[in-house]
Design a protein. Structure first.
Length: 117
């Protein structure tokens, strides 16, 4: 089984109204339960707004620390789920279900295997 990162792309701006957010959270909780029951759930988490990010960058041998996201954009990664799936098609199916639950764009990307111990 390979692991895949399902990144949730969220538009910048305020959160949706409570009645919309309640439906999304209900659908997301149901999907997470299905992922766990299928043995595909590895880890998931939501992120604080991009303004809480800190970027570390090496310049001339020194590490510079700056506040805020690395890139400016109209969307940011608002959360993620890591799934275990036998192949890309299975991971894409989980990604489709996550897109339906969150109503947001989802990027599916395989996680590279680490070096052998």
């Amino acid at each position: 089984m390979r692991q895949y990162l399902l990144s949730v792309y969220q538009p910048d701006g305020p959160a949706p109204p409570p009645e919309v957010l309640e439906t999304v959270m209900r659908d997301l909780d149901a999907l997470n339960a299905e992922l766990k029951a299928a043995g595909a759930w590895v880890f998931a988490g939501g992120l604080h707004p991009p303004g809480t990010a800190t970027v570390l960058r090496v310049r001339d041998g020194e590490v510079l620390i700056t506040d805020g996201p690395f890139a400016e954009g109209k969307e940011h990664i608002g959360g993620f789920t890591i799934v275990s799936a036998p192949d890309l098609d299975a991971a894409l199916e989980w990604g489709c279900r996550l897109a339906r639950a969150t109503t947001l764009p989802i990027e599916v990307r395989p996680i590279q295997d680490g070096p052998e111990a």
